[in-house]
Design a protein around this ligand. Structure first.
Ligand code: ADQ
Length: 473
């Protein structure tokens, strides 16, 4: 594993929730990669505990040392969790950042609470920070944090990474309190995006709405602040996934009822309306309608664990998905063949990796997605000599790098159905050639490259990060 840069300086990661370092196994690659960097620098991870309590406003942060790193959390009051997390962040910002203004609902009280909770994060974090620290703030929950920290005299360097898309300026300009958010982003030393598309949207927004100015390279200025707005595509720990896939492969079949001539299409997503699950199911239905030669020879395994179930829109998407699964199985299935196998729960990472390895097609169809790590995990799990085919939405951030996948418009059901037929019948030579290029790309831009280049970008003042998209032959 590459060493983390800037060893002498301490890394402080801030995110809405912290990883659970007391768990026996870390399943999330992100937690492992950031945890390693934090341990190497004797750093700290700060966030919300996920708990609410009545006296949260006066309770001190909970601070513990786990495996050499400090984990600090605060509790929120019920009203804070409602306004900040379930309210402004997930009812307004999450849909708007994914181009769903129609679902973006909020009120002034919720947005005020969002800004107040960020101020509370800053109050609790300030005593833990030293001037030489590198503070890495994650995601849309915490956009105002740097501004709050600076207001309390923090001089440490602060970087912000947005895991979601940044939408076109017209969309972002329609978000309630957007100017406060835009100005707050400008306070960071670096603002990191998943794709050039997101960075360019942010740049255009700053020019159009904040009267900004483009400086040299990726630097932009507005409202008396300058920041570096750059691209850092998140990756995965490719060797970990590949090793796991090989180990799991040796264990034999996972779906015993699927004979040798049964092909598997795999989909794995949180059950979120951004992931394009109804569109995917309808495309699979059209495949069975238009290409009857696949009857009895293919099934779609869809794993969709619950997420944010307290919000009504998530109950609606679940009902919609379950209705479509029932319709397809009732319409095409028989006593020996179930076209869609659907699980509404998480599964262990080793099982998931074995499923990826065994599946002939990875089907990833978000309507918008910051990156989509499932697409990269599917590629990493394939047998190099006999790989499966990735069918990928053009609107996943991953599509900017994974150009040898079959790229589709998820709204075009017919196009996705044709892409599925093509993937299921693709000759081995073509599968191998595409996979080879995809593998090289995910290996070059892996999780550690992402982590180290992002840290480096704000550790080194006024230095542009390395070009992440060199021209390829
Ligand atoms: P997510 O929207 O959660 O992440 P994604 O990038 O696909 O989406 O990451 C999900 C992770 O959870 C993957 O590692 C996957 O293997 C795992 N997972 C999903 N379903 C699972 C299941 N049933 N059981 C076990 N594990 C499961 C957000 C953004 C993305 C961005 C990431 C990282 O929305 O666009 O890629 O952050 O920046």
């Amino acid at each position: 594993m590459p060493e983390t840069p800037e060893k002498a300086r301490r890394l402080v990661v801030v995110s809405n929730r912290v990883a659970d370092f007391s768990a026996k196994f870390q399943t999330g690659g992100l937690a492992v990669a950031l945890g390693d960097a934090l341990k190497a620098s004797k750093g700290a991870w700060f966030g919300w505990s996920g708990k609410t309590r009545d006296d949260a406003l006066t309770a001190p942060p909970d601070i513990e040392t786990v495996s050499g790193l400090t984990v600090a959390t605060i509790d929120l009051t019920k009203a804070e969790a409602e306004g900040y997390y379930f309210g402004y962040a997930n009812r307004c910002l999450w849909p708007a950042l994914h181009y769903r203004l129609d679902l973006a609902q909020t009120n002034e009280e919720q947005s005020e609470i969002y800004f107040q909770v960020n101020a509370r994060f800053a109050d609790a974090l300030m005593p833990l920070i030293e001037p030489d620290d590198l503070i890495w703030v994650n995601d849309y929950h915490l956009i105002p944090l740097a501004e709050e920290l600076r207001g309390r005299g923090c001089t440490a360097r602060i970087g912000f990474f947005l895991h979601t898309p940044f939408p076109s300026p017209e969309i972002f300009a329609a978000v309630p309190s957007q100017k406060r958010l835009g100005n707050a982003l400008m306070v960071y030393d670096v603002v990191g995006f998943q794709t050039t598309w997101d960075r360019d949207n942010f740049r255009r927004y700053v020019m159009a709405t904040l009267d900004g100015e483009q400086l040299q390279g990726d630097r932009i200025a507005a409202q008396g602040e300058t920041t570096l707005a750059s691209v850092f595509p998140i990756g995965i720990d490719v060797n970990h996934v590949r090793n796991l896939a090989e180990t799991e492969d040796a264990k034999g079949p996972l779906l015993p009822y699927a004979g040798d001539d049964m092909k598997t299409i795999i989909g794995v997503d949180r059950l979120d309306y951004t992931k394009g699950l109804p569109e995917r199911l309808r495309a699979f239905e059209v495949l069975l309608e238009r290409f009857p030669e696949h009857h009895g020879k293919v099934h779609l395994v869809q794993i969709a664990p619950p997420t944010r179930e307290g919000l009504p829109v998530y109950q609606e998407i679940r009902e919609n998905v379950e209705r479509l699964v029932g319709r397809i199985n009732g319409r095409f299935g028989d006593l020996t063949w179930q076209p869609v196998i659907y699980l509404h729960r998480g599964v262990p990472q080793d099982t998931l990796t074995r499923l990826f390895r065994r599946s002939h097609v990875g089907l990833v169809t978000p309507l918008h997605d910051g990156m989509n790590l499932v697409a990269k995990e599917y590629i990493a799990a394939q047998a190099p000599q006999n790989p499966g085919v990735l069918v990928l939405s053009r609107f996943a951030g991953a599509a900017e790098q994974l150009r040898e996948a079959i790229l589709i418009n998820p709204h075009d059901i017919q196009e996705t159905a044709r892409a599925l037929d093509r993937a299921l019948t693709m000759p081995r030579q073509e599968r191998w050639a595409r996979h080879n290029r995809l593998w090289q790309r995910i290996e070059t831009y892996d999780l550690f490259n992402w982590r180290d280049s992002f840290i480096q970008s704000f550790a080194e003042s006024d230095t542009n990060p390395v070009n992440l998209f060199p021209k390829e032959a």
